[in-house]
Design a protein around this ligand. Structure first.
Ligand code: MEV
Length: 324
């Protein structure tokens, strides 16, 4: 095989963010906006990368230089992913051209970096005929993300690899696909771009002298995520909504919610949502609201009234797959 196209979904954190970095569970769903990665074998041992979506239009280096030197931000995850998989198979004599195309804006926090990492690992492994399992793809992709960010639970990688809706514990200690038939969510974008690592560090710093309090908050989040798993499977929206609200209160205590998100959440609940919370690291990005059958439109209107953008996504999307 000399060429392959692979795609992977974005993700939406449902419950458990931040606590999941520290050995607690979260629930994440894959969304139907996908990242596409095309990998082509070249005659000479070079790495070439094209990603017009993130302004990388022509990037080329000898394979011996991969992972070294100043790597443009937009190329980092794909380049380190290629380095990881070639290191895994001890292959230093192949030429690869990687092209990425995203269906979603990297602004929303839907996980474009993790989706492109997973696609790259899957595509190169298929080209080399490795037949990796999903868990092996997860492990190599997670290693790539840790190499670059130093921090992260890997929940976004799991969503990109496995798809669907997953109960997940830090580093893939548990990756449990949930049988979710329905998930009536409205997603609102705050218009503010947030950086995950900055927010994870911010929480650590602001609780440096209150470690017990931080442990208590994380434990409480862990307990409610566990309860939310059953509520979600049983489609008990009242209960799930209450747990989302409780999760939002705890995220506020962590100091990661912001006025704009608080307002979008408040108006969504006033408009009849069962529950609403921020989704992801906080500091911006998106919020989610659980709506009733008739309530979707009014919740959407409320989010717009609070200055948010409603983003149409389908949840429970398929995981990484070969396109052609
Ligand atoms: C960010 O979307 C979610 C965090 O829990 C970080 C992570 O799990 O890697 C804050």
């Amino acid at each position: 095989m000399s060429r392959i196209m692979v795609s992977a979904p974005g993700k939406l954190m449902l419950l458990g963010e931040h606590a999941v970095v520290y050995n607690h569970p979260c629930i994440v769903t894959a969304v139907d906006q996908r990242m596409y990665v095309n990998v082509e074998v070249l005659d000479e041992p070079v790495f070439e990368f094209y990603a017009p979506d993130v302004q990388v239009v022509s990037y080329k280096k000898p394979l011996s230089e991969i992972g070294k030197g100043d790597i443009p931000k937009g190329a980092r995850f794909v380049e380190i992913a290629v380095k990881e998989i070639l290191h895994f198979v001890q292959n230093d004599n192949i030429g690869l051209k990687v092209t990425t195309k995203s269906e979603f804006s990297s602004q929303f926090g839907f996980g474009s970096s993790s989706a492109s990492t997973v696609c790259t690992i899957k595509a190169v492994s298929e080209i080399l005929g490795l037949n990796l399992t999903n868990k092996e793809i997860f492990d190599l992709s997670y290693k790539t993300v840790l190499d670059i960010q130093g921090k992260g639970s890997g929940f976004d990688i799991a969503a990109a690899v496995y798809g669907g809706t997953i109960y997940f514990v830090t580093g893939g200690k548990i990756i449990e696909p949930l049988d979710v038939k329905k998930l009536p969510l409205v997603v609102g974008y705050s218009g503010i771009k947030a950086d995950t690592v900055t927010l994870v560090n911010q929480v650590k710093k602001s609780f440096a002298n209150r470690q017990d309090k931080l442990t208590e908050i994380y434990n409480n989040i862990g307990v409610l995520v566990y309860k939310a798993k059953d509520a979600l499977i049983n489609m008990d929206w009242q209960k799930l909504g209450k747990l989302m609200n409780k999760n939002q209160d705890l995220l506020r205590e962590l100091g990661v919610s912001i006025k704009k998100l608080d307002n979008m959440i408040k108006l969504a609940i006033q408009a009849g949502a069962y529950g609403a919370k921020l989704s992801g690291a906080g500091g911006g990005d998106c919020m989610i609201a659980l709506h009733s059958v008739q309530g979707k439109l009014s919740v959407q209107e409320a989010i717009k009234k609070a200055g948010g953008d409603v983003i149409n996504v389908k949840t429970n999307a398929e995981g990484v797959r070969i396109e052609k």
